[in-house]
Unconditional design. Structure first.
Length: 147
């Protein structure tokens, strides 16, 4: 029975090593995430996204963490946080997430997807748009501070 147990232990260790390697391979910068999401559009690209939060915004309860000062810049990666998750993060960190994460280095586990952003003028949809790449936060544990 010892060889079987040893085989299980080795297989388990190799499996854990493969998970760690897969996580490292999935780590993406904003530019890598944007490029891969554009190539995969309209599908999403899973990964771990590594970014410095350079600007933030809150609208209709949603919080947005941006990798670029200008959210419209094509090199910007947006982390989108729902009102429910924003409240959970505020409870966890003791301040609104748009304030807490500003200027911080973070990793976000999720899926990057290209979104078409349209323009309205005096309440009417106009024929202008741009694309943003968003990662919707699905679980507060998927957002980590990087020391």
């Amino acid at each position: 029975m010892r060889p079987v147990f040893a085989g299980i232990m080795i297989a388990g260790a190799l499996s854990m090593a493969n998970v760690a390697l897969a996580d490292q391979a999935a780590l993406m910068t904003p530019s890598q995430a944007i490029e891969k999401a554009a190539d995969a559009a309209p599908s999403a690209v899973p990964g771990i996204f590594d970014l410095q939060v350079r600007s933030t915004w809150k609208q209709d309860g949603f919080v947005y963490l941006y990798s670029d000062v200008d959210y419209r810049d094509k090199s910007n990666l947006t982390i989108e946080i729902s009102p429910v998750l924003a409240a959970a993060l505020q409870t966890k960190y003791g301040m609104p997430p748009q304030e807490f994460f500003y200027g911080k280095h973070i990793h976000v586990r999720g899926a990057a997807q290209r979104k078409k952003i349209t323009f309205f003028y005096h309440g009417h949809l106009i024929d202008r748009f741009f694309y943003q790449t968003h990662v919707e936060l699905r679980d507060p544990a998927s957002l980590e501070l990087v020391p």
